[in-house]
Design a protein around this ligand. Structure first.
Ligand code: SAJ
Length: 444
């Protein structure tokens, strides 16, 4: 099939789609295309996940508005079904890859899932199919890994027997369906004609701008947009450390700096977690390293942000010592275990790092998080006989805490604020000692 014929089929929604990888990206993507009328086959290696999905049950944890309901529409309608059998890909016109692309402890990309998907797709892929990688990958991966693997596993030639592109996902847990609909997409094709055909596909589900370009640009845009955010957060964190040292208040400083035109100082805090920001800068840095470009800013920003949980541990130690207590044997209540406010997602959570630090130095840790089932206990009950309460995530439930009640149940009256949630004077007024990210002693 020619690219033109494929584009016609796509425009008529007659093209048969497949999504490989039914995780927090692939599943909503599959549902969105099925919702607008495409025949979508979901490919997933976890059989239990396939079973749940084919019974209209979403395996995605957490609140994803509309996803469970949408799944319950598209499965009974026959527009979407999941399978573990790769052979069923043989009649698919367009195949989207939404598999994990993590980095390892040395910050090297791990493409096992991507290689496996391409290796099993190859032998069954039909003539004239379009393959689109939506996973976030290091710039250059389409050319250096995806293309050769596909040509090898299919025995076919690019732009003669199949077409190839990269359209990085831009989803955020808690807003998966909304982001897929409303966030612009960079649509990278191995040829501009391929990019145009991809635009014809995404136009059916994306109500925002679609920017056709080449693959290297698409790979760069996704990793750069997240490295940009990471560096911005690291700058805010470094300013917070300065403010602590010189007796400033970073939250006031930030508000006033951002009144200056063209400034957008980000929020300092107890750390940077999640599935994107901690990983994508390393994907970008990997490509630079492969070309012997020595980076400084992007790696050091990662180290600054990864250092924030241990800085919170330091603030706890400082506060406890002011109250004549050691960290060893102290009982510390952590407020918030997810990586993001009002979310149950705990991936790469800064709180997990803090808990490890505190446990290592002999403190006893108690955790509360209204969104994470394992930690949904009674906050005030948990605070009893604690020597410090530490705010790590600005969940809405914590924004108006009864500080007097907290004071009355704590054994030692220490509050450590990792996200600039509390007013220092209010905290001190309730008899608690305040210690917080970016707030110097004199300014407290
Ligand atoms: N954080 C700060 N200071 C800030 C912003 C965030 O410390 O100023 C921390 C958060 O507490 C969290 C981590 O960084 O631990 C990540 O927060 P995030 O708001 O970036 O949320 P993510 O990780 O879900 O980021 C995703 C990204 N989207 C994609 O990769 C497609 C990111 O590019 C988006 O900017 C973000 O969602 C969003 O806000 O939409």
């Amino acid at each position: 099939m020619s690219l033109h014929d494929l584009q016609m089929k796509i425009e008529r929604k007659e093209a048969k789609l497949a999504v490989i990888g039914l995780g927090y990206v692939g599943l909503p993507v599959a549902c969105q295309f099925a919702r607008v009328g495409f025949d979508v086959l979901g490919m997933e290696i976890r059989a239990e996940r396939v079973g749940l999905i084919n019974n209209g049950i979403s395996p995605i944890e957490g609140k994803e508005p509309g996803l469970a309901e949408l799944l319950n529409q598209v499965v009974p309608s026959g527009k979407f079904r999941a399978t573990t059998a790769y052979q069923e890909l043989s009649d698919r016109d367009v195949i989207l890859l939404d598999v994990e692309t993590p980095v390892d402890e040395n910050n090297i990309p791990r493409y096992e899932a991507l290689r496996a998907a391409l290796g099993t797709l190859g032998p069954v892929m039909q003539q004239g199919a379009l393959v689109i990688v939506e996973s976030t990958i290091a710039p250059g991966t389409m050319q250096s890994l995806v293309l050769p693997l596909l040509e090898e596993s299919t025995g076919k030639k690019l732009n003669q027997d199949f077409y190839l592109g990269n359209c990085p996902e831009r989803v955020m847990p808690g807003k998966l369906l909304q982001n897929l609909r409303t966030v612009t997409r960079v649509v990278g094709g191995m040829t501009l004609e391929t990019a145009d055909t991809m635009v014809a596909l995404y136009q059916h589900v994306v109500q925002a701008e679609l920017d056709p370009t080449d693959c290297i640009t698409a790979e760069l845009v996704k990793t750069v947009e997240n490295a940009y955010r990471d560096v911005q957060i690291a700058f805010a964190n470094e300013v917070a450390l300065i403010c602590e040292a010189v007796g400033g208040d970073v939250w006031k400083v930030r508000d006033l700096v951002n009144k200056t035109p063209y400034r957008n100082m980000h929020l300092p805090g107890a750390g940077v977690g999640g599935h994107c920001i901690p990983k994508d800068p390393w994907l970008l840095a990997y490509s630079a390293r492969m070309e012997d470009v020595a980076l400084k800013l992007i790696p050091i920003a990662r180290l600054i942000n990864d250092g924030m949980p241990s800085h919170v541990a330091h603030l706890i130690q400082v506060a406890l010592s002011k109250m004549g207590r050691e960290m060893f044997g102290a009982r510390v209540l952590i407020l918030g275990y997810s990586y993001l406010e009002n979310s149950d997602d705990t991936r790469n959570s800064p709180s997990e790092s803090l808990v490890n630090y505190l446990t290592k130095i002999g403190a006893e840790v108690v955790i509360h998080d209204p969104y994470v089932p394992a930690y949904q206990g009674d906050l005030f009950g948990l605070a009893e006989n604690c020597d410090a309460i530490v705010l790590m995530v600005r969940h809405q439930e914590y924004l108006n805490l009864d500080l007097n009640l907290i004071r009355s149940v704590l054994r030692t009256a220490v509050l450590v604020d990792g996200r600039g949630v509390f007013d220092t004077k209010e905290v001190e007024g309730s008899g608690l000692l305040y210690q917080g990210i970016g707030v110097g002693i004199n300014s407290a």
